[in-house]
Design a protein around this ligand. Structure first.
Ligand code: F6R
Length: 605
């Protein structure tokens, strides 16, 4: 959370900084700011809200400095106002920060007692003061930053400017991502290499404890002991034009419509039988138990896949929410345990904490990750790229479908190696996965019907999503998509669980989205839906032909998905729910790509 960017060039950098922030805005958009080093010292320009507000201020105030740092904020400490916006200043020093300083209270008290005038409510502001004070006592900037690193507790990536060092900026990483690069136009620091597209061809990934010195044409990285080090260099994709809407009104819609192509890519890349098993950190035959760990939408992908690993590959599988799992006492790892950590960003703090904990316990770890230069991809024993491409909308859509597809293929693959499925069953499963690009495209043709349904949600205060089996996690995902994009309260329930309490929520006209597809649970789902329809629920069925026919007498609306194999039903049934959330949000006037209070990459716990 929070994006940081820095640039040093032979010309004023304010525009480059603002453009860098636009590319990092997915990391937070409560406020934004830049600090540049001018002839008369440090100059700070900030604005509350999205980067475009800052762009207007920068255009009006025209900072002229050739070196600067910038920040787009997801507020953790202190309200999103100008005072709390980064960069934060102390005499001679400007700092931008991504992460959390956990011991900020005691540091603030110490600094204040020593006469430092901290002005904001943030945890960050202690950093420039610690650095500034040490420089005033005679330390060099790197030494002062290094000392701050020893004093601070928590996770952070920091970019720093000092008035006495006109041509160099500094980066420090501990726990939050940071890359540095030299390009034709100068030197850069950024939270994410994609922000450097078109500015540099390669970027150096800092590791925890690293300090980078970046000037126009020189980059040096030092480890925690101050020794110069060579770190992993990654290619920056020139075409990672993450801001291109391709004619769509929003990234979320664009990304929904990219799903047939993503499905095709996954099929092409992972087509060959057995190819996904090769990514595993232990042979499929040796796996005795799988634990899948993730947050949010990625957790729902794990919830669907649990069924696949158990049913197809006969492996006992547990699913865990990372923020809970990281603090749970665990028995020692046994041989044959595989942990699969699922994350679009690969930077989710809780998921990474689980990864490091599991690795320390000796468990084999596999990452399923979209951002291939992320910490999860780097630190897991092995990882499978999700191939969804840059996901810019804050609400995850195509990455979820990619997670499901890769997990389904992996489960079938492992089942093949363990011989828990016959060749005929494997070919049947693969066929339905192979057909997904066209099945997904056909499902998305239904958008007009979804748009009409969305209108009926406009006055809703609350909505329920229900399903059974593998469609239950999809109900949860549908509810999450609706609440995060439209701010309508929504909950997902297993249809069979309603009468144990949630049915009390049903009153005349309560909107319920019921997931119902052919399969052995269809009749059971049907009975549960009838029970709530009888109590006044306004039921819309999302399902295949059999599902819709079975509930026609009680439903007020229906969104049809193509009939398909049970394995891929959860994937296909997700699509109308994505479109529904999108259209409800747009009709309600919500900024659907940047809903309030959210950020795409949750790098704090
Ligand atoms: C919801 C959404 C979030 C993420 C969650 C995990 O649309 O995007 O719930 O799924 O924050 O993020 P990753 O997958 O990056 O670890």
């Amino acid at each position: 959370m929070c994006g940081i960017f820095g640039a040093v060039a032979e010309r004023p950098v304010a525009d480059v900084l603002v453009e860098g922030l636009r590319r990092l805005e997915y990391r937070g958009y409560d406020s934004a700011g830049v600090a540049t080093l001018e002839q008369d010292g440090l100059r700070r320009v900030c604005a509350v809200g999205r980067v475009e507000s800052l762009a207007g201020r920068v255009a009006a105030e025209q900072p002229r400095g050739n070196i600067g740092i910038a920040h787009t904020r997801w507020a953790t400490h202190g309200r999103p106002n100008e005072r709390n916006s980064h960069p934060h200043l102390a005499p001679g020093v400007a700092i931008v920060h991504n992460g959390i300083v956990e011991n900020h209270r005691s540091l603030r008290a110490e600094l204040s007692a020593q006469g430092c005038k901290l002005r904001s409510d943030t945890d960050t502001e202690v950093i420039p003061w610690l650095v500034s004070r040490r420089i005033a006592e005679g330390a060099t900037v790197p030494a002062a930053l290094r000392e701050a690193d020893r004093t601070l507790q928590g996770a952070y990536a920091v970019a720093a400017l000092h008035e006495g060092t006109q041509d160099t900026m500094y980066g420090l990483r501990r726990g939050s991502p940071l890359v540095a690069a030299i390009g034709a136009g100068g030197g850069y620091l950024a939270s994410d290499a994609n922000a450097l597209a078109g500015l540099a061809d390669h970027a150096v990934c800092l590791e925890d404890g690293d300090l980078a010195k970046v000037s126009r044409d020189r980059l040096a990285v030092f480890d925690v002991n101050g020794n110069p080090v060579d770190r992993r260099v990654i290619h920056v994709d020139r075409n990672a034009s993450v801001l291109d809407l391709d004619g769509y009104a929003h990234y979320m819609l664009k990304e929904i419509y990219e799903q047939p192509r993503v499905a095709g890519l996954i099929n092409d890349r992972y087509q060959e039988q057995g190819v996904l098993s090769n990514f595993l950190p232990l042979p499929p035959q040796r796996i005795r138990r799988i634990t899948m760990i993730a947050c949010g939408t990625s957790y729902y992908a794990a919830s669907v896949a649990k069924r696949w690993f158990e049913q197809l590959a006969h492996i006992r599988t547990d699913i865990e929410i990372a923020s809970e799992y990281r603090y749970r006492p665990l028995p020692p790892a046994e041989s044959g345990e595989l942990a699969i950590l699922i994350s679009q960003s690969g930077e989710t703090a809780d998921t990474l904490a689980c990864l490091h904990r599991l690795k320390a316990a000796g468990c084999a770890t596999l990452g399923l990750v979209n951002v291939v230069h992320s910490s999860l991809a780097r630190d897991a024993d092995s990882f499978i790229p999700l191939l969804a491409g840059v996901e810019n909308g804050v609400a995850s859509t195509k990455a979820f479908i990619a997670q499901l597809m890769v997990l389904a293929r992996l489960a079938v693959d492992i089942a093949g190696r363990r011989k828990t499925l016959g060749q005929g069953e494997i070919l049947g499963a693969l066929k339905s996965l192979d057909q997904l690009p066209s099945t997904i495209a056909a499902t998305l043709h239904n958008e007009t019907a979804v748009q009409a349904l969305a209108e009926s949600f406009q006055s809703a205060r609350s909505a329920l999503f229900v399903g059974r089996g593998a469609l239950f996690p999809i109900a949860l995902e549908g509810a999450l998509k609706l609440k995060e994009t439209s701010y309508i309260h929504a909950e997902g329930f297993p249809a069979g669980e309603l009468k144990h309490g949630p049915i009390a929520l049903i009153e005349e006209g309560t909107p319920v989205v019921a997931l119902a597809c052919s399969g052995e649970l269809l009749d059971k789902t049907g009975s549960n839906i009838r029970e709530i329809a009888a109590r006044g629920a306004r039921v819309t069925v999302v399902g295949d032909r059999a599902g819709i026919l079975s509930l026609m007498d009680v439903a007020v609306g229906a969104l049809t998905i193509p009939s398909c194999d049970e394995l891929v039903q959860p994937i296909v049934a997700t699509l109308p729910l994505q479109l529904l959330a999108y259209h409800v949000a747009v009709q309600r006037g919500v900024d659907v790509d940047r809903p309030r209070n959210l950020a795409k990459s949750v790098t704090v716990e």
